[in-house]
Design a protein around this ligand. Structure first.
Ligand code: K2U
Ligand code: ZN
Length: 167
């Protein structure tokens, strides 16, 4: 398996809108495995293909303590949203920045697995937050985009300052 490079802001490629997956072959399976390895290594509980500069509609998620319950959602679509929850979010593409984001508390999502088989599932709490966070990436949206202009400006300033210090 291969560890993939994760893009970080201000890389404009993170704003790319991902295309639907149409070919479900061994290559896709290998890519999904590489995404999982990269996510576990980061470490993270989710990762979208956009973040590794592959602009297809594929995300991987594993919120389990034991890191043994991987989910791969291909061509995912949220078909129902209910309620509201606020959760402190971070992002592997926005290192060192954390902020509270408001999202739906319960969602119904339909998706395909690596074989192309259709599924539908309900999610709440952290899984719902993670799925919404990852599906945002497929639309070129990062969690900072949900913040007020002032908070987003302050976060970007902090990011730019850290980027300068690390040069
Ligand atoms: O997309 C990503 O960068 C992975 C995200 C997923 C995520 C963000 C906010 C809330 C839930 C999931 C994170 O970087 S994974 C890091 C992390 C680890 C434990 C709890 C929350 C976030
Ligand atoms: Zn993220």
């Amino acid at each position: 398996m291969t560890k993939l490079t994760i893009l970080t802001l201000p890389d404009k490629r993170l704003k790319t809108i991902a295309k639907p997956v149409t070919v479900f072959d061994q290559k896709l399976q290998e890519f999904a495995n590489n995404m999982l390895e990269t996510m576990y290594e980061a470490p993270g509980i989710g990762l979208a293909a956009t973040q590794v500069d592959e602009h297809i509609q594929l995300v991987v998620i594993d919120i389990s303590e034991e890191k043994n319950q991987p989910l791969c959602l291909i061509n995912p679509k949220i078909i129902q949203k209910d309620g509201q929850q606020v959760h402190e979010e971070g992002c592997l593409s926005v290192p060192g920045i954390y902020a509270k984001v408001k999202r739906a508390s319960t969602i119904e999502v339909k998706y395909q697995d690596e074989t192309g088989k259709e599924h539908q599932m309900q999610a709440d709490e952290l899984l719902a937050v993670c799925i919404q966070h990852e599906l945002d990436h497929l639309k070129g949206i990062v969690f900072l985009d949900h913040l007020s202009p002032l908070k987003r400006k302050m976060a970007m300033k902090k990011l730019e300052k850290e980027a300068e210090n690390s040069d």
